[in-house]
Design a protein around this ligand. Structure first.
Ligand code: NAD
Length: 372
């Protein structure tokens, strides 16, 4: 059977779903690998690397002949229509904003697997693209801030005097937040962090950062994820965070609630009270923003503070974001592959959880409701 790797066509997407280094894992399992010309170009993998790794690079029939299609962004409806019934697509598929893609996959009889929906169980850790890409985003956020901050991150004791370390505040200590804390610590900053999940306090401290206690009731929900909070509690949280925000040189926000708009954690007044030259990186800008006024993909000034809104941040480090994502999708593909044949086994909770459409029907219940 054939696994196809497409060239990403959406704006700002520089990643590729398979890197040459991992082609052998698919061919070793008996799959043929076909790559659209230029697929790896933005991630610095020219076509000849794929050929050397055992893939075919072909401009024609890539979609029509594919049994499984690997991509980062979902395929556009017109490309889905070119797939054969029963073909499988593996990609990010944020269902609520991609209902046209869902309809196209359903109508084409395609099995669409969404990597966002892979259950976060231990067996699926190697397929967890949310984690791998959040890791890239958290790292990148600190570099963005460090580059824009008009002062040092580390403490420096010199003959010309002592330079104090930058104060970094990280809000949201999940995968991206913890990576941001670790990266800021490596650069020598003094770091404090906050998360609504009480369990994150220990993780924050284990990285050498201070956990901010706000003395608010816990919001921990099922499965270790945060629950939504009432507006009154959200305001109390913002008010209590404000003094920590205003004393930081760098603020990095990463807070999210799965499937919902990101919570607003920082109001404009708190930004205006920051020291001149402070830098704010809002990694949640695309999902509504943790910081009032942040705009995805834009860098704006609020008073004397620079506010950077993230847009597809993992794609800004396409080499390693692609390498990690490719490992996730290869592991998911191999879960369905035996002796060169791909089988969609819906009795496996990983495949079942990730499956949005199959055999002409929308299986994912929340998406079915959205389609009405
Ligand atoms: P996420 O991207 O959904 O959210 C990021 C962080 O924002 C979370 O830690 C969340 O608690 C926090 N947050 C939400 N609302 C907030 C608010 N109002 N104020 C402050 N913080 C707020 O989460 P994620 O990074 O993908 O993961 C969250 C948790 O899931 C972590 O504990 C992580 O270790 C766990 N996880 C488990 C697995 C697994 O078991 N395979 C995989 C990945 C993550």
């Amino acid at each position: 059977m054939r696994a196809a790797v497409v060239r990403e066509v959406r704006e700002h997407e520089r990643r590729v779903a398979l890197v040459p280094e991992l082609v052998g894992r698919l061919t070793g399992a008996g799959l043929e690998v076909v790559v659209e010309p230029g697929a790896g170009e933005w991630a610095f993998h020219p076509d000849d690397q794929y050929v050397a790794a055992g893939a075919e690079v072909s401009p024609s029939d890539v979609l029509e002949s594919a049994d499984v299609v690997l991509s980062v962004q979902p395929l556009e409806p017109d490309r889905i229509a070119r797939l054969k019934p029963g073909a499988v697509t593996i990609s990010f598929l944020p269902v609520s904003s991609e209902l046209d893609v869902v309809r196209a996959a359903r109508d084409a009889g395609v099995t669409a697997l969404s990597v966002e929906l892979v259950p976060r169980i231990s067996r699926a850790q190697s397929m967890d693209a949310l984690t791998s890409q959040a890791l890239v985003g958290g790292y990148r956020a600190v570099l963005i801030a460090a580059e824009r901050l008009p002062r040092f991150f580390p403490l420096s004791m010199t003959a010309a005097g002592t330079v104090p370390p930058a104060q970094v505040l990280v809000l949201g200590a999940g995968v991206a937040g913890l990576q941001a804390i670790a990266t800021a610590k490596r650069l020598g900053a003094k770091v404090e962090a906050y998360d609504v999940r009480a369990a994150s306090a220990e993780e924050v401290r284990s990285l050498g950062a201070r956990f901010v206690e706000l003395d608010l009731p816990s919001l921990e929900g099922a499965g270790g994820y945060a629950r939504e909070m009432t507006e009154e509690r959200a305001q109390l949280q913002r008010d209590r965070l404000a003094p920590h925000v205003s004393s930081a040189d760098v603020l990095i926000t990463t807070a999210a609630v799965p499937g919902r708009q990101a919570p607003l954690l920082v109001e404009r007044a708190a930004l205006e009270a920051m020291k001149p030259g402070s830098v704010v990186v809002d990694l949640a800008a695309e999902s509504g923003g943790n910081v009032e006024g942040s705009v995805p993909g834009e860098e704006i000034r609020v008073g004397q503070t620079l506010l950077w809104g993230g847009r597809n941040v993992p794609s800004q480090l396409p080499v390693h974001a692609s390498r990690l994502y490719a490992a996730n999708v290869v592991n998911l593909t191999l879960l369905m592959t035996a002796e060169g044949e791909i089988t969609v086994d819906l009795s496996d909770e990983i495949i079942d959880g990730a499956c949005v459409t199959h055999e002409g029907a929308v299986r994912h219940e929340a998406t079915r409701e959205l389609l009405g």
